[in-house]
Design a protein around this ligand. Structure first.
Ligand code: CO
Length: 197
């Protein structure tokens, strides 16, 4: 069956949005149309991610509430081959074990904190052509990509890495969060969706 719904209109010039923008708190909608518009948008997301020197970027971080993220985890390490990937409508299955990693987020500049994640899991997703993909990832065995995809998938559910912090960890970030909230107020005249704990 062909999906006749009109494709999502993707921005021609996507720009990074930062905390406390409300779009970062919204549950994103699944993608149903795999066309040139989607692929062009993904290419623009890669450009934003590279310009910002990130290893992952989720569509809500450029103001688009759709279940899409892009990664290129190998960019972080010298000598490793680039491995750019598009992940659409991703789902995590059969998680096992726990691991911790110091994470940052392009939407939370200059904030870093250790976050607990699954150590091993299977991820199923669609690529930019709508082809089904699946992969078992093992962080303990050195697959840093396993951290990146858990962080990015959270973004599609309106969850940010700060949500995983203990009260003590959050306390250490509080001043920087307040600065970002002030920047957002100055830029937009609105309070946005600041963290409430
Ligand atoms: Co992030």
């Amino acid at each position: 069956m062909t999906d006749t719904a009109s494709p999502a209109s993707y921005p021609t010039h996507p720009a990074l949005v930062c905390y406390p923008a409300p779009v970062l708190r919204r549950k994103a909608e699944p993608v149903t149309v795999f066309d040139e518009d989607l692929r062009a948008f993904c290419a623009r997301m890669f450009a934003v991610m590279e310009a910002e020197k990130g290893v992952g970027l989720a569509a809500p971080q450029v103001g688009v509430s759709r279940r899409i993220f892009v990664t290129d985890h190998a960019r972080k390490k010298d000598g490793e081959k680039p491995d750019p990937r598009v992940w659409v409508n991703p789902v995590i299955e059969s998680p096992e074990g726990v691991t911790t990693y110091e994470e940052g987020c392009l939407s939370f500049p200059a904030i870093y904190a250790k976050v607990k994640r699954h150590d091993r899991f299977t991820i199923r997703w669609l690529d930019e052509y709508g082809r089904e993909r699946s992969e078992r990832l093992d962080v303990g065995a050195g697959q840093f990509l396993g951290i990146v995809v858990q962080h990015e998938l959270d973004h599609l559910d309106g969850i940010v890495f700060i949500d995983h912090l203990t009260p003590v960890q959050l306390g250490l970030c509080r001043r920087r969060l307040r600065d970002l909230e002030a920047d957002y107020r100055k830029a937009t005249g609105k309070t946005g969706s600041p963290i409430r704990r």
